[in-house]
Design a protein around this ligand. Structure first.
Ligand SMILES: [Zn+2]
Ligand SMILES: [Zn+2]
Length: 553
């Protein structure tokens, strides 16, 4: 029954919005639609999606006027206007900038973007460490085997493998440790740094865990919605029973906005018995005013001013003064409120003056308060024991220490850069120029071998080099930076691999972190990430191919 009546009404509203944007702009300010500017702006936003750019821009500007705090409106404006023409590019960039600023002031957008960034960093780092470890081990396993064959004691490092069973961070740590055992010189620094950074994954992972937990929390959604101006009673069930300040305040605000003044007064008084907060006094005053008790309302505003002088207290007092026909002090109080926060007062007046001159200004919770509340709500207290972090830190530091102590060892196996043969100082008593093996040395420098043997060795060397080159050039196309890391160019390789992983994950995860902003997603960010991914890929290709051609890898 309700649906049957609502649907045609909805379509009529939508039709009016689409067909007569100018009419709508003039007509929008009516009591019912203003009760929910957020919902209304979302309806317009949805409708603009499949419109031509000009119509869409007009519609979206209307939506932005109704509810300026929704970043999705500006991002859609950016998307719609960017294709118009090159001269309009600057103005569409302005929309993008406006959207970004709005993200700072909009709870869910800020929440999602922050979560997205942390998740991307954590996962990028994990994948980077695993990638580097596996890449190195693909070649270095043979060295480890050779060392073990020479002396079984050398295999003792493999004892690190069982710790992998403690979880992904431990697995990554043990693989990194083994992978960097045979890395020489300054490149070993990468190993130390990666192992040390792995420690940070614990607190960041915990933070992320809480984040996702709170993103899905109905209580948080209720508190945020109410403080954003959606005071619907449908949220009451989620926060009614909660005893914290944010929940009590939000619940009372919602009751007050829905006209349940007695109930709201009771809760506000309860809050005040524990914590004196100017905002609570102001809202309490509004409840009294709603009941027609202007004397008590005025007292509450005066009480609020004693704690923190807020513009809303002066504004509400000015309404009471004017109501009592005391226009002189009414004007004075109003001027004081405007002086304190011009934007807020004018915006409020713009909306309410024509509808209800007796509408009092309420106080809501700030964004930082709600963000803190989110952090608290996500803290379920499970799984985040501190000893786990300490244990892992100790393990990681021990691995770094062993890696450092073992940086120069005479028993280390080496790979001949010419022919790929594996040897060590046990099976080959002396070290030759360029780190080559004894065969290569005899063939190239002393010519001690007979011609047939020499030709055989040259062919073998040639085959090794061709094979290696083929593997490296294929890898160059698959994963940026991978062939650089295999070719001992750690710094450049890590930079390419990190930025490629980061932007790939950012593009993918930007579609996931859409808590309570669905169906909108930061499409501009996805686009930007894909673009940066392509740039990284191309740069890495140019850089690596040049070095491959010159034989530097
Ligand atoms: Zn050799
Ligand atoms: Zn050996």
């Amino acid at each position: 029954m309700i649906r049957k009546t609502v649907t045609p009404v909805f379509f009529i509203v939508v039709f009016i919005i689409i067909a007569f944007p100018c009419v709508v702009r003039a007509d929008l300010i009516n009591k019912d639609s203003l009760k929910n500017p957020q919902i209304l702006s979302n309806i317009i936003l949805k409708q603009s999606e499949d419109k031509d750019p000009l119509t869409a821009e007009r519609l979206l500007l209307t939506a932005a006027k109704i509810y300026p705090d929704n970043p999705a409106i500006y991002f859609m404006l950016f998307k719609k206007t960017i294709a118009l023409n090159p001269t309009g590019f600057v103005s569409s960039l302005r929309y993008l900038y406006k959207g970004l600023t709005a993200c700072r002031d909009n709870f869910w957008w800020r929440f999602n973007l922050r979560g997205l960034l942390i998740a991307t960093i954590v996962i990028t780092f994990f994948l980077l460490s695993l990638f580097i470890a596996l890449l190195r081990l693909s070649g270095d396993t043979q060295l480890i085997i050779h060392e073990a064959e020479e002396d079984l004691k050398n295999a003792s490092f493999l004892a690190v493998i069982p710790i992998s069973f403690f979880g992904l961070p431990y697995l990554t740590a043990s693989l990194l440790f083994l992978a960097f055992l045979n890395v020489r010189g300054n490149s070993r620094l990468t190993g130390y740094v990666l192992l040390a950074l792995l420690i940070l994954v614990f607190p960041l992972g915990r933070y992320l865990d809480r984040y996702i937990g709170s993103g899905a929390s109905p209580a948080l959604k209720a508190a945020v919605s109410i403080n954003e101006g959606l005071e619907s009673p449908s949220f009451w069930g989620q926060i009614k029973e909660r005893t914290d300040f944010v929940s009590r305040f939000s619940y009372a605000l919602s009751l007050q906005k829905n006209g349940s003044f007695d109930e709201a007064i009771k809760i506000y008084k309860g809050i005040l018995s524990k914590k004196r907060d100017a905002r609570v006094y102001i809202n309490l005053g509004n409840c009294y005013a709603g009941q027609g008790d202007l004397d008590n309302a005025g007292k509450m505003y005066q009480e609020a001013i004693k704690i923190t002088p807020l513009p809303s207290a002066y504004y509400n007092l000015s309404i009471i003064a004017r109501e009592r026909l005391d226009f002189i002090s009414g004007d004075k109080l109003f001027a004081k409120a405007v002086k304190m926060d011009f934007q807020r007062i004018t915006r409020f007046r713009e909306v309410w003056s024509s509808i209800d001159s007796m509408h009092f200004m309420s106080e809501r919770l700030s964004l930082p308060e709600l963000l803190r509340f989110a952090r608290k709500i996500g803290n379920t207290g499970k799984g985040g024991a501190l000893w786990k972090f300490y244990l892992f830190s100790i393990v990681a530091l021990i691995l770094i220490a062993i890696l450092y102590i073992r940086r120069k060892s005479p028993g280390d196996a080496m790979r001949c850069p010419k022919c790929g043969k594996i040897f060590c100082l046990r099976c080959q008593k002396r070290l030759f120029w360029g780190g080559m093996c004894s065969e290569c040395f005899r063939n190239m420098i002393t010519f001690e071998t007979n011609p047939a043997e020499r030709i055989e060795h040259i062919l073998q060397t040639y085959r090794y080099r061709e094979q290696r080159k083929a593997v490296l050039s294929v890898l160059t196309y698959i994963v940026p930076g991978a062939s650089l890391i295999l070719g001992n160019r750690f710094l450049a390789g890590t930079v390419f691999l990190t930025s490629f992983l980061f932007f790939t994950l950012l593009a993918l995860l930007s579609r996931v972190f859409t808590f309570n902003i669905y169906p909108y997603s930061p499409g501009w960010l996805t686009l930007l990430s894909v673009l940066m991914m392509a740039v990284t890929y191309t740069l890495s290709l140019i850089y690596t191919r040049k070095r491959l051609k010159k034989g530097w890898l």
